[in-house]
Design a protein around this ligand. Structure first.
Ligand code: CP
Length: 311
């Protein structure tokens, strides 16, 4: 693997999931692979799971890890070519990416959508800027458009609960803040590669990018979508057509124990209790959220391992 920018960088999802599951049995088995190699983790946004699990994954592979909260501590970066930099930005991505490439063997980047400018968000200026100007592999730790490490962890979690052609539902939930589409997009792309009955449910107006959801069933009646579900993945996202807007906070869309039925509950975390999902769900043995978070380590580890093997 050269880079891990999206799920498109995976040749065979079932094979990668199987290898990640095997790594989980012996996380230190490849400690020599990353000896004298350094990964730089650059965070333009907050994190708990991504930061710690990626650091743990790299450490399991014997790598040195440098972490930088770029959003607060780095120079404000310029991405446009030919700009007269007499305003707020202090350093161009061209220099920054080349400099980081001298210190690190792999760079991983978290840079969320602004949710104010769809065109700029979809251009993935930070991720693609590093891909263009860095001379080292780049890993996406959640960008404007996707969160492929989360989706890989979710695929590992699903595989650990084998069900013949499961019914999996991605169910929108209310949230007081406008959230990006990245987790939902990558979950959809991952599910499109599974042998599953996959349904997305959300209020009208919350359609995701149809380029991503095309071919996938969308059901606006949540109760109909949830009928006989085996797994329910709950996630808020803001408007895509009406970009970045909160169009509804309808509490009827919260996930309850009653709605969940016998299904397993999934969420990427962090989650707002009793807004997105009831306590009774999260505190039940139907919740897989802690397993999903644990699998973030092995998703990151298999990706870093594949990239190290290709250096
Ligand atoms: N799921 C996830 O990416 O968690 P963090 O935002 O805490 O990294």
């Amino acid at each position: 693997m050269k880079h891990y920018l999206s799920l498109k960088d995976i040749d065979s999802l079932p094979q990668l999931v199987a290898e990640a599951t095997s790594l989980k049995q012996r996380p230190d088995a490849h400690k020599a692979l990353g000896k004298n190699k350094t990964i730089g983790l650059l965070f333009f946004n907050n994190s708990l799971r991504t930061r710690l699990s990626t650091q743990k994954a790299a450490t399991n592979l014997g790598m040195d890890v440098m972490v930088m909260n770029f959003g607060n501590e780095g120079w404000a970066l310029e991405y446009e070519d030919g700009t007269v930099m007499d305003q707020g930005t202090s350093e161009h991505i061209k220099e920054a990416a080349q400099v980081v490439s001298q210190y690190c063997d792999i760079v991983a980047i978290r840079a969320f959508a602004s949710l104010t400018d769809k065109k700029k968000d979809e251009a993935e200026l930070v991720l693609n800027g590093f891909k263009k100007y860095a001379s080292i592999p780049v890993i996406n730790m959640e960008s404007s458009v996707g969160h492929p490490l989360q989706a890989l962890a979710d695929a590992i979690t699903l595989a650990e609960h084998p069900t013949s052609k499961p019914k999996v539902v991605l169910s929108w939930a209310p949230h007081p803040k406008a959230l990006p589409h990245a987790v939902a997009n990558s979950f959809v792309e991952m599910m499109q590669r599974q042998d599953a009955n996959f349904v997305i449910t959300h209020p009208e107006g919350y359609e995701l990018n149809t380029e991503i959801t095309k071919g996938t069933r969308i059901e606006h009646d949540q109760s109909k979508a949830l009928e006989n579900a085996d797994f329910v993945y709950v996630k808020n996202w803001s408007g895509y057509t009406d970009y970045g807007k909160i169009l509804s906070q309808d509490p009827e869309w919260i996930m309850t124990k009653e709605k969940l039925g016998k299904a397993k509950f999934m969420h990427c975390l962090p989650v707002r209790r009793n807004v997105v999902v009831e306590d009774a769900v999260l505190d039940s043995d139907q919740s897989l959220v802690i397993e999903q978070a644990n699998n973030r380590t092995y998703a990151a580890q298999i990706v870093i391992k594949k990239i190290l093997e290709n250096l």
